[in-house]
Ligand binder design. Structure first.
Ligand code: NAD
Length: 249
């Protein structure tokens, strides 16, 4: 497996917690120089220090992905970029009947628009450098099936999946690969309260592997897509869900 990332620069959004923090550590351990991007810079500073203590290389970048001009400015300072993980994401609690425009817009602003702004700016850098790159969008199985109380979240992740394929088609000629990971239910700040509730316990029974995922379950798929091991993959969506998507009706 060609998963060594030495000499590569990797940008991870939403790096201050959950998957994002873990992905930064994983990519740094695999040899990449990591740019950890998020709004909460105090949390980023401790992440950068942790990576340095392990002998890795990382820097913090303050970034609100929903702010297009901030994304343009922040990425304009980067000379090289080989890997981008569009991980920043938010969820909302509403069913469609209760979902106000503010909730709908803020979820699309981060999950879809933010991933688009970052991808576009990254692709401009990658095209100029002429050595291709890998963009990985963190979608969700809710973008491929439906979910209760995910009025805006599930459609936003469906948009991320379609955007992944569209960008993959446009940028294949530049050697830029665009793929998505669609995680199932994995315990983080985003969903802990729900997963530990009685409704979460009920859901666990419907997952063929009868467990929620752990963040480390994403390590293999992330390194695969980030590295040359997936050189012939673009426009793909990898479900990492204990079989949840394939569960019987
Ligand atoms: P999390 O809440 O710990 O992480 C999300 C991160 O995104 C946070 O650090 C948050 O600060 C950041 N963020 C939010 N808005 C931002 C903005 N405007 N600019 C920059 N950063 C912003 O939750 P997580 O579970 O680690 O989620 C990471 C990604 O994985 C999300 O896209 C989420 O939708 C997706 N996902 C999670 C699960 C799961 O089960 N945990 C399943 C499927 C998909």
């Amino acid at each position: 497996m060609r998963t060594d990332l030495s000499g590569r620069t990797a940008l991870v959004t939403g790096a201050s917690s959950g998957f994002g923090r873990h992905f930064c550590q994983l990519l740094a351990r695999s040899g990449a120089e990591v740019i950890a991007a998020a709004r909460r810079t105090d949390l980023l500073d401790s992440l950068v220090a942790d990576i340095a203590a392990e002998g890795g290389k990382a820097q913090a970048l303050r970034l609100d992905v929903a702010d297009e001009s901030q994304v343009v400015e922040a990425l304009s300072g980067l000379e090289a970029l080989d890997i981008v993980v569009n991980n920043a994401g938010i969820a909302g609690p509403s069913r469609a009947i209760d979902c106000e425009g503010d909730e709908w817009r803020s979820i699309f602003d981060v999950n879809v628009n933010g991933a688009f702004y970052v991808s576009r700016e990254a692709a401009r850098i990658m095209r100029k450098a002429g050595r291709g790159g890998s963009i990985i969008n963190i979608a969700s199985i809710t973008g491929l099936r439906t979910a209760h109380s995910a009025a805006a979240y599930a459609p936003s992740k469906a948009a991320v999946i379609h955007m992944t394929k569209s960008l993959a088609m446009e940028w294949a000629r530049f050697g830029i690969r665009v793929n998505a990971i669609a995680p199932g239910y994995i315990e983080t700040d985003l969903n802990r309260e729900f997963l530990l509730s009685p409704a979460g316990e009920d859901m666990k029974k419907r997952i063929p592997q009868r467990r929620f995922g752990e963040i480390a379950d994403l390590d293999g798929p992330l390194l695969l897509l980030a590295s040359d091991a997936s050189a012939y993959m673009t426009g793909s969506v990898l479900a990492v869900d204990g079989g949840h998507l394939a569960s019987p009706l």
